[in-house]
Design a protein around this ligand. Structure first.
Ligand SMILES: [Zn+2]
Ligand SMILES: [Zn+2]
Length: 310
């Protein structure tokens, strides 16, 4: 699983930093979190392609998080016969897409399935055969969602010696057991998958939480995540801005990452007031709370490995 930082900035795209956006790539499928203005420029730079893009999850309808959706849709519409696209977001997301498409009159050659947050579908936003996306409101100046991407648990490890001992010879019956089906041996004995498989192995979990003050939902989204992408917009000396505009300082974000047990953490949605030469200062401040934390840079790629050795 790879996490690719398409951009790491907040508020507005700058010559030195595009807007915060994350692409998670798993087995050729891409799940994208936020799409601000100009997102497709760095998307092209990392050569991700758009065929694999299946889901765009939007945290909230502030320009720096959603203005890039029409651009990504247009980029995707250049392909022949694209798959349907799922867009997750707060109430208003469907209207934003429909109205911008109508007003700008761009072509869409694939179905767009928009799922908006509501109290009824809180918790689980989306699931396919390899991963699920969870969402939860956080605390910003307007309704904003935090996300958690979870790879589905994998079945436990198959024990060939045990299978043979139970009278299941190597062959197609092994495959059935590994797929979770029970089988009948030649001695007319029923063998269950649980007889030959170890405990299910946990998939990899990623948190993506931006544009929020510290809030209980932020902790639960980051809880024991293998990797947490968190907003760290300001240095502590500018904490009055963070408080007023519903954002977090690097120190607040680092504390959350540490307290919630995240294995690794990366900060993004950096204020445009800090040039790249100042990022070291932000990192230094955050590392006093969480020594391995990093300030994300545009186009950074993080490989996320399984939590335990197989
Ligand atoms: Zn923002
Ligand atoms: Zn915002």
């Amino acid at each position: 699983m790879e996490c690719i930082l398409i951009g790491t900035g907040g508020m507005m795209p700058m010559p030195y930093r595009m807007l915060a956006s994350l692409a998670v790539r798993l087995n050729g499928r891409i799940y994208m979190f936020d799409a601000g203005e100009g997102t497709q420029i760095n998307w092209k730079r990392v050569r991700l392609g758009v065929r694999g893009l299946k889901v765009i999850a939007v945290t909230h309808l502030h320009a720096d998080h959603c203005l890039g959706i029409p651009g990504m849709i247009m980029l995707r519409a250049q392909m022949e016969d694209p798959d349907p696209l799922t867009v997750l977001g707060p109430p208003g997301t469907r209207d934003f897409i429909v109205q911008s498409q109508r007003l700008v009159d761009f072509k869409v050659n694939f179905p767009i399935n928009v799922i908006e947050w509501s109290a009824d579908n809180s918790g689980l936003a989306y699931q396919d055969d390899q991963a699920r996306v969870l969402w939860q409101p956080v605390k910003h100046t307007r309704f904003c969602l935090g996300y958690r991407f979870e790879e589905l648990d994998r079945p436990g490890k198959f024990d060939p010696t045990r299978a043979e001992g139970l009278g299941v010879p190597k062959g197609p019956l092994w495959g059935k057991l590994q797929k979770g089906e029970s089988v009948r041996t030649s001695a007319d004995r029923i063998i269950q998958p649980s007889d030959v498989l170890g405990l299910a192995r946990r998939g990899r979990h990623i948190a993506f939480v931006v544009d929020t003050r510290p809030a209980p939902g932020v902790y639960s989204l980051c809880k024991n995540a293998d990797m947490a992408f968190l907003e760290g917009m300001f240095l502590t000396e500018h904490s009055d801005h963070a408080d007023m505009k519903g954002h977090m300082t690097v120190v607040e974000a680092a504390r959350i990452a540490k307290k919630s047990g995240a294995a690794r953490a990366v900060l993004l949605h950096i204020s445009p007031r800090y040039e790249n030469s100042e990022l070291g200062k932000l990192e230094e401040e955050a590392r006093k709370e969480f020594p391995s934390i990093r300030i994300g840079r545009d186009l950074d790629v993080f490989e996320v490995s399984f939590p335990e050795k197989d």
